[in-house]
Design a protein around this ligand. Structure first.
Ligand code: CUA
Length: 309
């Protein structure tokens, strides 16, 4: 079940600190506003004696300069202390994951996992373990934001940014590119899926395996069409002749929650729709539409890709 994408529902230690800071600022700001409005009312409508008191020099210096200086200094120290510890100094047992923002999807690598594990648009992590994300860009500035888990940080071409996070409980958390990056920027989303550590290890081991071989005649037809249509020029399916690296790696695409950066579910019908109508579904994305394929051929491709769990 996907958790509501919201900074107000923290499910990670970093997001919890940010939510706490937000509440302190919101409640504190509300209190200051109420007091100032009360004093304004007294200054305009109050008794002569109270109005005189409010206009005294001593009151103006204390309430107008000294008190705000104390309150703002305290908030600054509190905010820096709370968020300073969030600046990425990865813990020793952190799991490193590399995420590259591309127009308009996310390339995800697990560099320490004994095998070339590359996936897309979905970051699986073990719950309750520190994660160190290396954030890169392949083209323009993107911004990585999973509001339930951590703060937002830009992905800038030529720069390596880091973000640490820790999901306190298993769940599905939606993330969104938060910097306008052209074209279908709004459809550049992803999911972070936090799993129980044992389930994560099983998933990671399965990701190391090459793609599943076709098991039915329809899937075989889809696999043949994938090669014949030139899909392997842009996409990789490990264990097959498809070794393209321009688009998302599809080795285990059928096991993901979504395709096209959280635009469609990863099922056979959606694969077929995407291959034919992707410029309608996600205008200006970099994949050409394959309008020449028949419905039967699209169904075969869909069956094959769905099978790649
Ligand atoms: Cu990538 Cu907006």
């Amino acid at each position: 079940m996907e958790t509501l994408q919201s900074t107000m529902h923290p499910a990670g230690t970093d997001a919890a600190a940010i939510a706490q800071l937000s509440w302190v600022l919101f409640v504190g700001g509300g209190l200051v506003f109420a007091v100032v409005m009360g004093l304004t009312a007294i200054a305009s409508l109050g008794a002569e004696r109270r109005r005189r008191f409010l206009s005294e020099r001593k009151f103006i210096v204390i309430a107008g300069a000294i008190l705000p200086a104390i309150v703002l200094t305290a908030l600054l120290v509190y905010g820096l202390t709370l968020t300073g510890t969030r600046i990425a100094i990865a813990e020793a047992d952190a799991l490193r994951i590399e995420v590259t923002g591309e127009q308009w999807w996310w390339r995800v690598r697990y560099p320490d996992s004994g095998g070339d594990i590359i996936t897309a648009n979905e970051i699986r992590i073990p719950a309750d373990r520190p994660i160190e994300l290396t954030l890169l860009s392949a083209d323009v500035i993107h911004s990585f934001w999973v509001p339930n888990l951590a703060g937002k940080i830009d992905m800038i071409p030529g720069t390596v940014n880091r973000l640490t996070l820790r999901a306190t409980q298993p769940g599905e958390y939606r993330g969104q590119c938060a910097e306008f990056c052209g074209g279908p920027h709004a459809l550049m989303a992803f999911h972070v899926v936090a799993l129980e550590p044992a389930a994560f290890d099983i998933w990671l081991a399965a990701q190391r395996e090459p793609a599943a071989s076709p098991e039915t005649a329809l899937q075989q037809e889809g696999a043949d069409l994938f090669v014949a249509s030139g899909c392997g020029g842009c996409h990789s399916i490990r264990g097959t002749a498809a070794i393209g690296t321009i688009g998302p790696d599809l080795t285990h695409v059928g096991g993901r929650l979504t395709i096209a950066a959280a635009t469609l579910p990863a099922d056979a019908a959606s694969f077929a729709r995407w291959i034919r109508d992707n410029q309608y579904i996600k205008p200006n994305n970099l994949m050409p539409p394959f309008g020449t394929l028949s419905d039967d051929e699209l169904a075969a491709l869909g069956a094959y890709l769905e099978h790649l769990k």
